[in-house]
Design a protein around this ligand. Structure first.
Ligand SMILES: Cc1cc2nc3c(=O)[nH]c(=O)nc-3n(C[C@H](O)[C@H](O)[C@H](O)COP(=O)(O)OP(=O)(O)OC[C@H]3O[C@@H](n4cnc5c(N)ncnc54)[C@H](O)[C@@H]3O)c2cc1C
Ligand code: SF4
Length: 350
């Protein structure tokens, strides 16, 4: 049995207290649902001496819809703010999310299992550690290969000449939130800043977040999505639960005649951060989503995807099916009945 290492535990009740605890010298880490961090600690991938629990911080637990201020008063379109401590189950059960933010709803529904979604939070999902076949192993396994650059070692076993770790961003909700144009609030003892969700991530398997170690992610803000539709597709080994090995979040704003006015297409699990397939999004703007337009966009979306051989499934197969997954996502956006393709992807029949 793998045991947790010893650690000190704090259970603050306000964001201010959390920020003060994080500002103190040391290697303290935040723990929300603990569904990622605690297994990592058991495998000695992460070994903080101090954990700061977020479960008692009530200000992180709300989902609120607020009207955007406009010249005519407060009757403008509504932004959705989701506290970082809201669980994935609570997100899946929220009608506003299901009705207006389809990509987030589908992404949150597809994370892990019901038990893990009951514990796992949105903040924890966005800050989820990057993954790699050479890293997500127990201590003895990693020791047997002399560890790797991400923890305790010097070399990257995926690309031995690589100066940086190429572990894979495996969060389901991040691509969805990037496609929805979301932003996040980060709070520290020094103050508060709001950054675009896309700026929260960077191309580095070790330092995959731009969040500073003394910052707590408190909330996610999703702008009004009137006229938009959004979807999330995920390829994984087991259809019932598993991390993504390739995912696509797509969002588009449609004019009354079906022309795409604005769009975002984001690829997940193909790099150390979610990838913005902007050339593919550009290819559908100003167009109706005909089969030809979708095929052209899928071709362009696959280009920036450079998956490495460090997750499940054969690398060349994953590269090849990227176009298929983008195609399905765009067909769902245009309103096709995609139940059969959803069934096929859950069984990897691509
Ligand atoms: C068997 C299994 C299957 C899984 N499958 C999936 C899957 O399919 N898709 C998927 O996306 N995930 C999956 N996960 C990972 C995990 O369950 C989810 O990502 C979950 O949402 C993590 O949330 P948490 O609250 O438990 O995070 P925690 O484990 O508490 O924290 C994760 C990380 O986020 C940091 N953190 C947490 N909250 C904050 C905050 N507010 N501000 C700053 N940093 C913070 C922590 O310090 C830690 O580094 C799986 C896990 C397991 C064990
Ligand atoms: S990509 Fe390389 S350095 Fe990063 S976890 Fe995998 S083997 Fe280690």
């Amino acid at each position: 049995m793998m045991r947790l290492p010893h650690f000190k535990y704090h259970a603050p009740t306000t964001v201010r207290e959390v920020a003060d605890l994080l500002a103190a010298p040391g290697d303290a880490m935040l723990v929300a649902g603990g569904t990622d961090l605690l297994p990592n600690m058991k495998r000695r991938q992460q070994v903080p001496q101090t954990l700061i629990g977020l479960r008692r911080v009530a200000e992180l637990r709300a989902i609120e819809s607020t009207a955007i201020e406009c010249s005519a008063g407060l009757s403008g379109p509504r932004e959705l703010t989701i506290g970082a401590g809201v669980t994935l189950t609570e997100i899946v059960r929220d009608r506003r999310v299901r009705d207006s933010y389809g990509a987030l709803w589908q992404a949150a529904s597809s994370v892990a299992t019901p038990h893990l979604r009951n514990m796992g939070t949105l903040g924890g999902n966005l800050c989820l550690d990057t993954r790699c076949n050479y890293y997500d192993q127990n201590y003895e396994w990693r020791k047997a290969i002399d560890f790797c650059m991400k923890k305790d070692g010097k070399i990257c076993w995926v690309a031995t000449g690589s100066p940086k770790c190429l572990a894979v961003s495996s969060t389901d909700t991040a691509p969805a939130l990037l496609a929805l144009g979301a932003s996040v609030t980060l709070v520290s003892a020094d103050g508060t800043r709001q950054v675009a969700a896309s700026d929260l991530y960077q191309h580095d398997g070790i330092h995959y977040l731009t969040r500073r170690p003394d910052e707590i992610l408190t909330a996610v803000h999703i702008p009004p999505m009137d006229g938009w539709r959004s979807v999330y597709w995920k390829l994984r080994r087991r259809g019932s639960f598993d991390f993504p090995v390739l995912s696509v979040a797509a969002a588009a704003k449609f004019a009354d005649d079906g022309t795409v006015e604005a769009a975002r297409i984001i690829l997940g699990a193909v790099a150390s951060r979610p990838i913005d397939a902007s050339a593919a999004a550009t290819a559908i703007i100003g167009q109706r989503l005909t089969d030809d337009v979708i095929a052209h966009a899928a071709e362009r979306a696959a280009q920036p995807a450079k998956p490495m051989d460090n997750t499940d499934f054969d690398l060349t197969w994953r590269k090849r099916v990227m176009k298929d997954v983008v195609t399905y996502a765009l067909r769902e956006l245009r309103g096709d009945d995609v139940r059969e393709w959803r069934r096929k992807i859950s069984k990897q029949m691509l």
